[in-house]
Design a protein around this ligand. Sequence first.
Ligand code: SF4
Ligand code: SF4
Length: 494
Amino acid sequence: MAARSTFHAGLALDAHKQQACGTPIVELPPPTQVVLALDQGTGYSAEPVVTVGEAVAVGTLVARTDHPSASAVHAPLAGIVVAIETREAAVQGGRSVCIVIDGDGSDRIDDSVRPVADPAALSPEELVQRLRDAGIAGLGGAGFPTATKLASARNLGAHTLVLNGAECEPWICCDDALMRSAADDIVLGALILRRAAGTVRCVIAIEDDKPAAIAAVTRAIERLRDDALTLAVVPAVYPQGAERQLITAVAGVEVPSGGLPADAGVVCQNVATAAAVARWATRGEPMLSRLVTVTGSGVAHPCNVRAPIGTPLAALIAASGGYRGKPLRLIAGGSMTGRALPSDEVGLTKAMNCVLVATRDDIGSRLGAVELPCIRCGDCADACPVGLLPQQLLRAALADAHDTLRQLGVRDCIDCGLCDYVCPSQIPLAHRFRDARRRLHEAEAMARKAADARERHDLRKRRLQAAATAEQQTFESVRDRARRPGDDSTGDTN
Ligand code: SF4
Ligand code: SF4
């Protein structure tokens, strides 16, 4: 077990995990209908390869993609495609094209679903491609395609794979439940990911407030006897599970500003992603389901539920005893970084690790709070785990001062929400920075477009200039020859 380590700032928050964590995992039977968003939470969509009326089996590919930030989507139940249309979805912007499948009650499995005989016999490149085909995506909350990260780690020569089992955000405990119940799967997945990423070692990182998970993973590692697979216990401090903060804590290196973890020699994957890789290897299963925490004071029996991707959230809430009291808001994710959901009709996505059915008691203190002027207390800077200066960032964001925003490192903000949490003036700082990053991105895209247009214009001008010069030279040479006395080319035949 590695020594404890930590990172700059952060806070110990009320975890709110006990109730869901102390309950056995609920295995949800296949729902009657799934709603599969083609954007699985990254902002990029796969393209449908099925049509309305087509029959599908469990594991049939229904949407494919070559985009590095999108993942393939597979049918998690056998049935008929009944709609392909834009609907409300648990994604940025609240809408995505969705494939809707009505189940036929059978458990027909697609012919493509076959266990991988020997993953170690596949080359790392083949492994990466097979994981891409299987639609394996990060289950820690981002939904980013695993294959893209692995390929980048190989290209940049990363040496360490960090498996993230820190799960630091309040309310969420599905990784904890998974580590306690499927530690051997996580360890098998770690070996496959380590091979695919080309790293020499793998460290599984778990926060010290999860003793049962630490014990289960320790036993699984001991059974394996692989010196290049170790466990690191890290302090339970928010946001310990943020990728860059965890890498600093576990590997002792800083990811450079604007760079990738692989630039620091590290690639990070979630423990649940490793377990999904093991399911792919042992059952041939593409990414069809995930474990999700359904919790909050607005649900009767908070618990962790394994459910097919695309399951309407209403079915997840029903499996957790249904609504209780007066829920105020449905949130995908935890109370710090989660996003409000449009309704409980949206389908579960790969990126969704928690459905927080929040009442006013859970999140109410800031709802409707009156924003007051900044009193320059500096609490936000003290809390920021990245070492940013939120108070100065706020001024730059309000003034849309793009150069200052860049200089102050707005892009290094990890959206953890700690500055909001501590701000006595109730200023929604993280939200302001998110908006500022979007506007900065748009302004830079516009500037790039304008520069491209200018370059095309200059090129055309140079081309026309060159053509005019060539024409002039031809004219002059013909004219000169015509003037030369005794030259046959004058056409003078005498
Ligand atoms: S949201 Fe950004 S600025 Fe605020 S504390 Fe987190 S990293 Fe720092
Ligand atoms: S915590 Fe709020 S009030 Fe204090 S300096 Fe930061 S923005 Fe201003």
